[in-house]
Design a binder for this molecule. Sequence first.
Ligand code: AMP
Length: 221
Amino acid sequence: MSKRNLNLIFLGPPGAGKGTQAKMIVDKYSIPQLSTGDLMRAAVSSGSSIGDEVKGYMASGALVPDALVVDILLDRLSGDDCRDGFILDGFPRTVAQAESLEKALVSRGMPLSGVVAMIVPDEALLGRLTARRICRGCSASYHLEFLKPKVDGVCDRCQGELYQRKDDSEEVILNRLKVYHDQTSPLIDFYQKQKKLYTVDGNNKIEMIFSEICDIIDSLN
Ligand code: AMP
C-alpha cells in the first residue's frame, strides 16, 4: 500500500509552539517545515526588494499583504522536497490565504491531510515570547527559563548564535496577538467546517504535545 502524503498546517497564536513542534515532526516524519515568517526574515536579511517591502509590516506585528505572502509560499511549495508532504507553520493567517492555498493544493493534486491547532491562552504567550531566543542558524526556539540551551547563547542543535527577535518586544507582541485574534483565529472555524481540524492543548509539556500530534498524524495515514 502506498503511503499517503502528509500535507499539514500548524495553526496557533504566536508563541504557541508551532515552530518547536514542527521541527520535531520534521525529524520524525522527514517532511519539510515551511515557515512564512522564516521565509520573510530571510528575504529581509538578503536585502531583496521583497524584503524591503515586508520589513515594515513585520516590525509592527502586522500581517504582510496576502498576495505577497501567498506568492512566496506557493513558490516554496513547488520545491521537490514538498512532494511527499510538508508542514505549513504560520501560513495561512487569513481566510483569503486559506482560500488561495486550497485552490493551489487542489490544482496541484496535493490535498490537505489535516490542520493541528495549538491552543494557548494569551497570558501564557506574552511570557513565552518575551523570554524567547531564536537560533540564527536553524531557527530553533529556546526560553530563557523553561527551555534553556545547554550553553548560554548557543543553539544545542547546530551551535548557531541565539538572538532575540525584534518583534518579540512586549508592544509588538500585543499587536501580534490582536492580529491573531482578529484575522487568523477565524481559520479554526474554517477548517472545523471542512472536518480537517485537530486541536491540542499547547500549555502541556513539549513532549506530551509532540506525542499527541504524532497520534493525530498517525491516525491520518
Ligand atoms: P512568525 O515568524 O510566524 O511569527 O511571523 C513573523 C511575521 O511575519 C508576522 O508577524 C507577519 O508580519 C509576517 N508573516 C508571517 N507569516 C505570515 C502570513 N502567513 N501572512 C502574513 N504575514 C505573515
